[in-house]
Design a protein around this ligand. Sequence first.
Ligand code: TRP
Length: 453
Amino acid sequence: MAISDANTRGSWNSKLGFILAAAGSAVGLGNIWGFPTQVASNGGAAFLFIYLICAFLIGFPVMVAEITIGRKTGRNPVGAFKALSDNKWTYALIGMWGVICGVMILSFYNVIAGWTVSYVFEEVFYFMGMQDWATYISDTDNGPINAVFSTIFMAATVSIILGGVSDGIERATKLMMPLLIGILIIMIGWVLTQEGAGVGLREYLYPDFSRVGVDLVFDAMGQAFFSLSLGMGALITYGSYLSKKENVPGAAAYVTLADTSIAFLAGLLIIPAMYMAQAQGVAIFDDSGNLLASTSLIFQVLPQLFHELGGTLGMVVGVVFFLLLSIAALTSTISLLEVPVSFAIDEFEIPRKKAAQIIGLGILAISLIISFNTSLIGIFVIIFNNIGLPLGGLLICLFLGYYWKTENALSEMENGSPGIRKTLFAKVWPAFVMVIAPLAIAYNLWTALSNLF
Ligand code: TRP
């Protein structure tokens, strides 16, 4: 119950609360920005198809693994690996790596999230005729502006985490997720009736399988991992607040379905909108015929489209679009911050409020450095997303499969789904966690490492 959430570890009030919070963690900039732009530059539905395979066949089993470890131990990632290994610090390092990745991913994610808020203002200024202000505020390389909006975004994230699990995270995501889905659907309905949207729809849904190759599979799997929030113990943490009454694979299936559905819907919005912009005379391809880089698509092409629309309509669509991005980002930053905060609460017995404030400030300090040096984002993405998450995911699978054992994990899953051992899931899941997912993830890790040299 939520009575003393701020003083206890906390727990979800309902299964729906957990699913919405975990789906909120999953649905973020990765879905609304990353996924559609990757689809657009990777052969349309061919990428979608490979992405769905990665999400359901690799991502889903790993998600079940993370949630089960969390619920079994009722601990943050470091505490969870300690608990399952009789306090062996070597295994606790897997959790520690997760906490580090969380901190570092949040530090740059927070800067990008800040851009989504600054663009809400950009649209308002533009349509109020304050073009100079609009141009100034929309420069993503502007250090002071980045610093201001990163600070605002971190403050919002911390204020939710201060409230605890059910009164903070659960309550906020219960409000924001329906809002996000509502905005998304209304915007899709509007975009699809506009000129040029049909071309975009065809580009999106018509698969060009000649584009499927090593690179595409690498991108699709990385995208699935990041989008499902896997590999760093975010779902170990969220799983640690889940009641023993709930069905773990069932909840994980809902979260995977929600995440992939919202990515699919975001594609229905962004790709037709890009071609709608083209119909309005906005350039969406560079000189060599490739689609503009993803940052320019979201932060240049779409604002230009909104400006072309003009009038109240342009402003409303522009503001609402960047609000949508901000909401998606906020439900994700809270999951990233909750990981180090739960680590501090469990392992050092620091009260939640203090932990959230200190860790929030520490991560903001890194965000401020990135605000003034945005080229760091690319480096952080390579180290912590492209390498860090698959490394963490691989270690989680190997730990569960070969040390803790899938047998014990299935016993934990029997809480909430007593008949699980008779299901097909119980028969195939061990093979996925022990062999299929590790091989696929190792392949991705290897590709990420060889891309470095
Ligand atoms: N999944 C989020 C997105 O798509 C980002 C995110 C939130 C994340 N928490 C995470 C990624 C934990 C990896 C691990 O934008």
